[in-house]
Design a protein around this ligand. Sequence first.
Ligand code: SAM
Ligand code: CA
Length: 265
Amino acid sequence: LTQPGTMPMSSMSKEALIGTATLGVVFTVGVWIGKKYFHPHTLSSLLKSHKMKNDPLMNYVLDHSLREHSVLKKLRLCTLGHPKCEMMVACEHAQLMGNLARLINAKKVLEIGVYTGYNALNMALILPDDGKVIACDINEDYISIGKPFWKEAGVDHKIELRIKPAIQTLEELLTAGEAETFDFAFIDADKVNMDEYYERSLRLLRRGGVMAIDNVLWGGKVLNPDKNDLDTQSIHRLNEKIVQDTRVIVSMLTIADGVTLAIKI
Ligand code: SAM
Ligand code: CA
């Protein structure tokens, strides 16, 4: 069996060593990340993540731009051991959002779709001490993986969890009079409700507030949306709407799985 590699600062492809064990024939293939061995059943999830592709240019980008807080890195590596790790936000994408939030002096952030909370932690780390991330998810099991890291980083008091369908949380925030009070919103939950999240987040954002919408390219499926594929249909419909939406200025970035930045005018 191969030896564990030592872990460089950034790119996952350098961190992963494909290991084989043989007894005449290959009987297992796994991955070492740092000191942790990943069983073959998690390997396919890992390989789906663009961070695991052996792309020298991507490695170069990460090596020359990623400034990842040590606890954030720990959470990323821990999440990579989870069977649904492909759901985690890309680290370079999270860093961009953190930089934008810093630029606009964000204090109040909406996270729609938390998973293990990589981006919730990323945002909490850059917010001032009285800043807040309102973190919306329906799955407490995923969140329980991230929580100890939020605590370790000393920013758990800035992350306010709302465990219920995100539409309900957004409606409650609007009813509570919080329209136009948020600085930043990240839409990254289920895809069929993307427009519901977009409309409500737009009302919750202040003028000049930034919305980031993830997975707008959906692995390229938006080029030819299957009429039975509701996720792709929903993403494509929202993409078509946003480009015409005069309430926002917009950029669609090809980072990760495609990210639209919509800034409220
Ligand atoms: N932003 C996360 C990160 O920083 O790694 C990744 C989020 S993951 C792609 C999507 C999350 O949306 C999952 O944790 C899932 O439980 C959650 N989700 C799915 N449907 C939801 C809903 N109706 N309301 C709130 N959260 C939902
Ligand atoms: Ca996503």
